[in-house]
Design a protein around this ligand. Structure first.
Ligand code: NOJ
Length: 596
C-alpha cells in the first residue's frame, strides 16, 4: 500500500498533467475556513472597534456564505500593541471584544448554525504586560527564566546586545531592561517578549492554556508564528542575506538560521497534537493549523511524521509569497505542484490567498482576477481559508502616516512605512453603503473605512444575485460547488494552455468532469483544452463565470477554442444536465463575440 502511495506521488511529481487521489474526509478538510479579524468585522457597541457581539449578529451572514468554520484572530486580553498578538492573559477575553459570556454565547449560536469555531493561539511571546513578564523582570521565582534573558556585551565601556539578531518588526531583537540589568529577546515588537520554551515550566504552562481552550469546547486552534518558537542555544550571530537594497536594521538583512524553523518547534507542535487527538477521540476532531512563512519544504515539516503527527496542516502561503501580478500560468502551475510535491502522503492541501498580514488579493493582483483566484482556491484539492472581506473583492485602504497604527509600519518610519504596513488590509468590513459601511454607528473607526465602501459592500453585491456578476455571488456559488464529490475527492490535472492561461481539471469516477480556466494575462486569449485532453467532450457548459468573462451560467463553450477576456476565468462542466437546463450555445459565429 505504502509503495503504491509513493509511486502515485512520484508519478504526480514527474508529470505536468499529474493526478492526485484523495480518500475519506473530515470536517476540516471539507469546510471552508473563514478568518474573522474581530476589530474590523462588526462593532455592536459603537466604540469604533469590532467585537464578539458584532460577530454574533453576523453569524447568519457567514452561514449564508456556506463556510463551515470561523477562525477568530486574537480576542484575548491584550494591551493591543500588536492588536491582540500580544497577549497579557491567555484565559481572559479582552473587554474591547466583550466578555467570556459573550464568547460562550457566540459559540452556542455558531454550534446551532452548524459552524465550527477555531481561535488564534499566540505561543511564541506574551505581552510585556503579562504578569509572567512583570515577575520575570523582578526575578521572582518561578518566572525568572520564563523569557529569554541575556547579559549585555561591553566594548570600550559601551553596552551592546548579546548578538546581531533582528526583530521581524525591524531593529535589534534585544531590548535592554534597566531593572533586571539584562536584555530580553523579542522576535516581534519590543512589547512582545519571547517565551523560553527550554524552560519545562513554560512548556507546561502553555500546554495547559491549550487545554483550557479545548475544555471550553472550541473546535481547534490556529497557532501563530510556529517557525519562531525556539532559538539555537549557542546564540551565534546570524549571517547576512546580501539582499539588495535592505538596510542593516531590516529583518531581511539576515538569514535567520538560528532563530527560525528550529527542529524543536516541530516537536512542540507534535506534543500539542497529542493533546488535540486525546480530545478528538471524545467526538469531533479538534483541529490544529500552524502559521509559518517559508519554503514549502520547511513549512511542511509542521505536518510532523506519520508516526508522530504535527498540525492537521500548516498554512500554505505560496499564493501570497510566490505569486505576483507578473506571474504566468507556468509559475502558477509550479506553485500548485510545489505544495503537493512536498506534502507528505499523510498530509492535506490548503490554499490561502489573503489574511490580516498581507495586501488583499484584489490589491495584489487587481480585482478582476479575484474570481479566478477564488476558483482555484475553492476548487483545488484541499481546504480553502478565506480572509473576511476578500469574498467581496475588498481592496486595501490607503492609510496615511498620521493614521498608521500597525507597529511594524510605525517601526519602519514615515518614509518606508507603506512597504511594511498591514493596516491597509485590516480596515473595517464593508456591510452596506451607509456611513462607515454599516460597520459601526460611531463616526470614528479605529482604522478608516475604504472610500469605495459605497460600491463594494455586502448589500450591493447581493443585489445582483441572478446574473452572478458580483464577486460575492461568485464566491457563494464556488463554496457550494466545492461540496460536490468531484472537488472533495476527485483527481487533479494541471494544463498550461498558453503563457497566461492555466487550466485545472477535476474528475471523479463517472461523475462529470470540471475544468477551471484562468486567463492571468492582460490580452484576450483563445485556448485549446481539448487538444491537451482529448478525452474531454468538444463542448462544455459554464457553471460559474467570472464577472468580467462575458459568459453566463449555462453557456456552452467549445473546448478547442475557449475565448477568455483579460483576467477572466470560468468553471466548466461536462455535465449533460447543465446542457439541458440552459442550452444557450455560443459559437465563434455568435454575435456575442463581436464585441471583442
Ligand atoms: C503572525 C500574526 O499573523 C501577525 O499579525 C503578528 O504580528 C505576528 N505573528 C506576531 O504574533
Amino acid at each position: 500500500m505504502k509503495l503504491i502511495l509513493i509511486l502515485l506521488l512520484i508519478s504526480f511529481v514527474l508529470s505536468t498533467n499529474s493526478t492526485l487521489k484523495i480518500k475519506g474526509l473530515d470536517w476540516w478538510q471539507q469546510e471552508v475556513i473563514y478568518q474573522i479579524y474581530p476589530r474590523s468585522f462588526k462593532d455592536s457597541n459603537n466604540d469604533g472597534i469590532g467585537d464578539l457581539r458584532g460577530i454574533y449578529q453576523k453569524l447568519t451572514y457567514l452561514k449564508s456564505l456556506g463556510v463551515g468554520c470561523i477562525w477568530l484572530s486574537p480576542i484575548l486580553k491584550s494591551p493591543m500593541a500588536d492588536f491582540g498578538y500580544d497577549v497579557s492573559n491567555f484565559r481572559e477575553i479582552d473587554p474591547i471584544f466583550g466578555t467570556m459570556d459573550d464568547f460562550d454565547m457566540l459559540i452556542r449560536k455558531a454550534r446551532k448554525l452548524g459552524l465550527k469555531v477555531i481561535m488564534d493561539y499566540v505561543p511564541n511571546h506574551t505581552s510585556e504586560k503579562h504578569e509572567w513578564f512583570i515577575k520575570s523582570v523582578e526575578r521572582i521565582p518561578p518566572y525568572t527564566d520564563y523569557y529569554i534573558w541575556r547579559d549585555a556585551k561591553y566594548q570600550n565601556g559601551k553596552r551592546y546586545p548579546p548578538n546581531n539578531w533582528l526583530s521581524n518588526f525591524g531593529k535589534s531583537a534585544w531590548e535592554w531592561n534597566e531593572k533586571r540589568n539584562q536584555y530580553y529577546f523579542h522576535q516581534f515588537g519590543v512589547q512582545q517578549p519571547d517565551l523560553n520554551y527550554r524552560n519545562p515550566v513554560v512548556f507546561e504552562e502553555m500546554k495547559n492554556n491549550v487545554i483550557f481552550w479545548l475544555d471550553k469546547g472550541i473546535d481547534g486552534l490556529r497557532i501563530d508564528s510556529v517557525d519562531y518558537l525556539y532559538e539555537s542555544e549557542e546564540f551565534l550571530d546570524e549571517p547576512p542575506s546580501h539582499v539588495d537594497g535592505v538596510s542593516a536594521e531590516e529583518y531581511a538583512y539576515l538569514n535567520h538560521t538560528y532563530t527560525r524553523f528550529q527542529p524543536e518547534n516541530i516537536a512542540l507542535i507534535q506534543t500539542w497534537r497529542e493533546v488535540f487527538d486525546r480530545y478528538s477521540a471524545r467526538g469531533s476532531t479538534k483541529f490544529m493549523v500552524t502559521e509559518a512563512y517559508g519554503k514549502a519544504e520547511e513549512v511542511i515539516k509542521f505536518f510532523g511524521i506519520s508516526k508522530r503527527l504535527g498540525a492537521h496542516f500548516p498554512f500554505n502561503f505560496l499564493f501570497i509569497t510566490n505569486v505576483n501580478k507578473e506571474s504566468n500560468a507556468i509559475a502558477l502551475r509550479d506553485i500548485i505542484q510545489n505544495w503537493y510535491k512536498h506534502m507528505p502522503h499523510y498530509g492535506w492541501g490548503n490554499w490561502v490567498i489573503g489574511n490580516h498580514d498581507n495586501p488583499r488579493p484584489a490589491t495584489r493582483y487587481g480585482h478582476f482576477l479575484v474570481d479566478g483566484l477564488h476558483m482555484l482556491q475553492m476548487l483545488l484539492p484541499g481546504t480553502a481559508i478565506v480572509y473576511n472581506g476578500d469574498e467581496l473583492g475588498m481592496e486595501d485602504t490607503f492609510i496615511r502616516w498620521d493614521q498608521t497604527v500597525d507597529p511594524k509600519a510605525l517601526n519602519a518610519g514615515p518614509l518606508k512605512y507603506q512597504e511594511f504596513s498591514r493596516d491597509g488590509c485590516r480596515t473595517p468590513f464593508q456591510w452596506d453603503d451607509t456611513e462607515n459601511s454599516g460597520f459601526t454607528k460611531s463616526l470614528h473607526t479605529w482604522l478608516p473605512v475604504n472610500p469605495d465602501y459605497w460600491r463594494v459592500n455586502v448589500k450591493s453585491e447581493l443585489k445582483n444575485k441572478k446574473e452572478l456578476i458580483t464577486h460575492l455571488e461568485i464566491f457563494r456559488e464556488l463554496v457550494q460547488l466545492r461540496k460536490n464529490i468531484v472537488f472533495q475527492r476527485g483527481d487533479l490535472n494541471l494544463y498550461v494552455l498558453s503563457n497566461w492561461v492555466l487550466a485545472v481539471t477535476r474528475s471523479f469516477n463517472d461523475h462529470a468532469t470540471y475544468a477551471i480556466i484562468v486567463n492571468l494575462g492582460s490580452e484576450i486569449t483563445i485556448s485549446n483544452l481539448y487538444e491537451k485532453r482529448p478525452s474531454l467532450p468538444r463542448k462544455m457548459s459554464v457553471v460559474i463565470p467570472s464577472i468580467n468573462s462575458n459568459y453566463l451560467k449555462g453557456h456552452i463553450i467549445n473546448t478547442n477554442s475557449i475565448v477568455l477576456r483579460p483576467k477572466a476565468s470560468v468553471v466548466l462542466t461536462t455535465s449533460e444536465e447543465d446542457w439541458d437546463i440552459k442550452p444557450n450555445i455560443i459559437t465563434h459565429e455568435d454575435d456575442n463575440y463581436k464585441i471583442y
